[in-house]
Write a protein that binds this ligand. Structure first.
Ligand code: CP3
Length: 389
């Protein structure tokens, strides 16, 4: 774990103070020594199972790594049991010990190759000063929304927003300790457009037409808000990386609602800014329902492109090439099918992607998915070998 103390970074190799040592090294005059420190950190602290990191960096591996979007929470009985003991979702998210526990649950239960920190994309609007509530069985709701330039001026951004998320960083540090360097930990954030959509719309929506209206009627204002979200997200992801995440994913869940030209103007430049600001760890970008964005992501310094289930593996390879690292993309609903169908479809996907691939679903796992079927999916990937297929 990297700890900043008196202006220098200390590398803590275990929780006792004994094995801390100074890593202020190779500091070029005027240069940013953070990159070197992180390179050293990730070299020394490499997880024992580093399959995900090797694939994300473009290496060939014996089999694809596997994890599931939204694996933390939702499907596990032990999550629901813990959830029932607290006031609500936000109580879990904001208590680092509990968030760390929920993060590790699917790792113990399913043997996935990565953990993803239990949190939500909506902690960013909250840190910027726009509170949200998580309404039971309905989803997120914002009592106040962003309407005009005055609302935007009042928002915090950059470091001053990110510093409100200490509970997330602490959850990461606790999770890292509990994972004991067995597997990598993924950190995440919402993409600026998706966060903008919630802040303007005020909650979930089929069309997000209030948010889209702002893009058309108030483009200058829209860019001001997107700027602030982007600066906050960058500061947030940097602090998450310093707390120990080994890889980051940016979720553009509502990318599919924008036309290609709107995505080009209001979303892609901000995704690019986020990706280019991070060189310490690999970056996964996931724009759901927006195939037109995937080739564009090849030019924004993203390492991995997440695919939803609307494309065949072979067609994705035609679109993006054999060397592009991709993540996905089986339909989450296949996990309602029989075990033999899950196995067959999973193996077909793995063969058709043929390497440079992180096995996952095409979107988050649904809450009522039978756990045994999730296990069939994970085990099918873990028993697969490119060589023997
Ligand atoms: O991947 C993981 O397991 C990590 C945890 C995680 C959560 N939310 C926990 C959560 C992650 C990565 C997210 C991201 C997220 N949150 C996204 C992007 C991913 C996607 O699915 O497209 C979005 C759009 C949100 C916003 C959000 N949070 C909604 C719409 C809802 C309600 C519906 C639902 O269950 O997804 C949430 C609540 C939420 N976030 C839950 C969990 C486990 C359910 C809360 C509960 O226990 O009641």
């Amino acid at each position: 774990m990297l700890v900043k103390q008196d202006g220098v970074f200390l590398l803590e190799l275990d929780s006792s103070q004994k094995n801390r040592f100074l890593v202020k090294l190779w500091s070029k005059k005027g240069g940013d020594n953070r990159t070197y420190v992180f390179a050293l950190y990730h070299c020394i602290m490499k997880p024992k199972n580093d399959l995900l990191l090797r694939v994300a960096k473009g290496e060939k591996t014996e089999r694809p790594p596997v994890w599931l979007m939204r694996q933390a929470g939702r499907i596990l009985p032990q999550y629901r049991a813990l959830r029932a003991t607290v006031a609500g979702f936000k109580a879990l998210v904001s208590q680092p010990e509990l968030a760390a526990e929920v993060t590790v649950q699917p790792v113990d239960e399913l043997g996935v190759d990565a953990a993803i920190i239990f949190s939500d994309i909506l902690v960013i609007p909250e840190a910027m000063g726009l509170d949200y509530e998580m309404v039971e069985k309905k989803g997120p709701w914002f009592p106040t929304t962003i309407q005009n330039s005055n609302d935007i001026t009042k928002l915090r951004s950059g470091e001053s927003a990110a510093e409100h998320l200490e509970y997330v960083y602490e959850a990461i540090r606790l999770t890292k300790k509990s994972l004991n360097n067995e597997i990598p930990l993924i950190g995440f954030a919402g993409a600026p457009w998706t966060i903008f959509a919630y802040m303007v719309e005020g909650g979930g929506s089929k069309t997000f037409s209030k948010a889209k209206k702002m893009l058309y009627q108030e483009p200058v204002l829209s860019h001001q808000l997107l700027e602030k979200i982007t600066e906050s997200t960058i500061a947030y992801l940097h602090t998450k990386i310093a707390a120990g995440v080994d890889l980051v994913q940016v979720f553009d869940s509502w990318a599919g609602l924008l036309s290609p030209s709107q995505y080009q103007e209001f979303a892609l430049p901000y995704m690019e800014r986020i990706c280019r600001s991070i060189d310490q760890v690999p970056k996964i970008v996931f724009a759901r329902g927006a195939q037109h964005t995937w080739p564009a992501f090849q030019n924004i310094s993203a390492d991995v492109i997440g695919l939803d289930w609307t494309i065949r593996a072979k067609d994705a390879r035609k679109l993006l090439g054999a060397e592009q690292v991709v993540q996905g993309n089986i339909d989450p609903c296949i996990l309602y099918a029989q075990a033999s169908d899950i196995q067959e479809n999973t193996i077909k996907m793995l063969k058709d992607f043929g390497g440079h691939h992180i096995a996952n679903l095409g979107h988050g796992v649904y809450p009522d998915t039978p756990l045994d079927n999730v296990r069939v999916f994970v085990d099918t990937v873990k028993n697969f070998s490119y060589e023997n297929s």
